[in-house]
Design a protein around this ligand. Structure first.
Ligand SMILES: Cc1ncc(COP(=O)(O)O)c(C=O)c1O
Length: 381
């Protein structure tokens, strides 16, 4: 889709992009200023492998204040983006012969992190009409002796779904009973609308479950810092130590300037986060209303992240311009070629019939783009 869009752009066509996975805002000024000061002050060298102590302390302060979980700096590993945290966790925990539960629709990188550790992803479906929460019956049938872990991603990319606390508690109890590692990807923790976000580890402690949880978090989405590549993981010391060994050989440490900027982000004024969140909420409602107005499309209201994940199943197997729309790759391609709008087909996330639209873009673009999609889809029926 990106290649076709690039070709169209090079032909001078105006292309609207709803595929973006990052905030359209620039990083807040006080964070940029901290990075500039860090460079001037000579913070341009390698740092300690697991991250600057000052930054890991700032992370621990944030974890207590925002997530209600106490950790020590030695239990924290700073990485080059949360993507590295998740990859390294899988490398440290899984091996050939293991399988790891992932819920569909899943973020595209999860199966690959698992395969790169020589383990196998074990896909379990979710209920699209219930916040994309796990189908526990299928989980029961699919788990076996080689299951070693489970990945939770709430709020989720691609669905935007936020699981209820009781669902997470139920899953944690199953994980504990079966001795699974739980990797919790909480990169959208601050982008939760009209609902309270609770960290998986907080629920684990509050309910005295004692499952083994490794929490991975990111500065990318919360502070519009995707390009800075700063993320972190926290968990039991022995696991974090193993992950630090792997990361130390792979990339030494996360970049020093980004770590200093990260201290400013976590310890500074959080008004910038509230500002971006309020913009995202308005855009979500706008996009949701416009998409629900397209005939034969249904869309649940996602409580988090910056994606909506409407259901286009009714368009499957319809024929337009002499071509049958076999799957969402075909629907997305049709939308791109006839409306000049880029979307992400749900089949890539293991979700037949759905298409992901990102609302991390301006209201004007949302209005213009969805109108074009509507006009194009009107020609299908
Ligand atoms: C679900 C999810 N987890 C993790 C990441 C990685 O974030 P980063 O590596 O930028 O910290 C992303 C980025 O798109 C994501 O969508």
């Amino acid at each position: 889709m990106a290649t076709i869009a690039a070709d169209m752009k090079s032909q001078g066509k105006e292309v609207i992009n709803f595929s973006v996975g990052e905030p359209d805002f620039n990083t807040p000024k006080h964070i940029i200023k901290a990075a500039k000061s860090a460079m001037d002050a000579g913070y341009t060298k390698y740092t300690a492998g697991p991250g600057m102590l000052e930054f890991r302390q700032a992370i621990c302060n944030k974890l207590i204040k925002e997530n209600g979980i106490k950790y020590n700096p030695k239990d924290v590993l700073v990485s080059n983006g949360e993507k590295q945290s998740l990859y390294t966790a899988c490398q440290a925990l899984f091996d050939k012969g293991d399988n790891v539960i992932i819920f569909t629709p899943y973020w595209v990188s999860f199966p690959e992190f698992i395969r790169l550790s020589d383990a196998k992803p074990n896909f379990v479906k979710t209920n699209s009409n219930k916040n994309f929460e796990p189908d526990f019956e299928q989980l029961q049938n699919k788990k076996d002796k080689s299951t070693k872990g489970v990945i939770i991603n709430s709020p989720s990319n691609p669905t935007g779904g936020v699981w209820r606390d009781e669902t997470i508690v139920k899953l944690l109890k199953i994980a504990k009973r079966n001795n699974w590692y739980v990797i919790s990807d909480e990169c959208y923790e601050r982008l939760v609308y009209n609902k309270k976000f609770t960290s998986v580890e907080k629920l684990n402690r509050e309910n005295k479950i004692a499952a083994c949880v490794i929490t991975c978090m990111s500065l990318s989405k919360t502070y519009a810092m995707t390009g800075w590549r700063i993320g972190y993981s926290v968990g039991p010391y022995e696991i974090i130590k193993g992950m630090a060994k792997i990361q130390g050989q792979a990339t030494s440490c996360a970049n020093s300037i980004g770590q200093k900027a990260g201290i400013a982000a976590l310890s500074g004024d959080q008004e910038c986060v509230d500002f971006m969140k309020s913009k995202f909420l308005k855009r979500r409602d706008l996009m949701l209303g416009l998409i629900r107005d397209i005939p034969n499309v249904t869309c649940s209201s996602p409580d988090g992240a910056f994606y909506v994940f409407p259901d286009f199943s009714q368009y499957l197997n319809q024929t337009v311009n002499g071509k049958k729309l076999k799957d969402t790759f075909d629907i997305s391609q049709y939308i791109l070629e006839s409306a000049n709008v880029v979307t992400v087909p749900g089949d890539g996330f293991g979700a037949t019939g759905h298409i992901r639209f990102s609302y991390a873009t301006s209201s004007e673009i949302i209005e213009k783009g969805i109108e074009k999609v509507k006009v194009a889809l009107n020609k299908v029926f």
